[in-house]
Design a protein around this ligand. Structure first.
Ligand code: FES
Length: 102
């Protein structure tokens, strides 16, 4: 069963910004890159460091801990499809933003 989490308006990032969200017991990072929103689990799949404060290059986030880079659209580690951070679909209904959780 999926859960749709409505992102509060003050947590919807503007272009080039990011926001940190807690949904139940999960921590998420939400990015706005050129008006497209990307939601990921805030835990790096390597050793669990937060990805929220990572360095952005286009739609790639680099983990601060050991430097691994993940594509925000797919969650995949660069050059790999086997190691990935969890991503969540985004839905827009009028001016409201929802994150679709598992
Ligand atoms: S914890 Fe993210 S690269 Fe090691």
């Amino acid at each position: 069963m999926s859960l749709r989490f409505q992102v509060p308006q003050d947590k919807v990032p503007t272009i080039g910004q990011r926001s940190f969200l807690q949904v139940n017991d999960q921590f998420l990072a939400l990015f706005n890159i050129n008006e497209k929103l990307y939601a990921i689990n805030d835990s790096c799949p390597h050793q669990g460091a937060s990805l929220f404060g990572g360095k952005l290059e286009g739609q790639t986030i680099q983990c601060c801990a050991h430097g691994l880079k993940f594509d925000l659209a797919t969650g995949c580690l660069n050059n790999s499809t086997h190691f990935k951070v969890k991503t969540y679909p985004i839905e827009r209904v009028d001016d409201q933003i929802f994150i679709v959780m598992d």
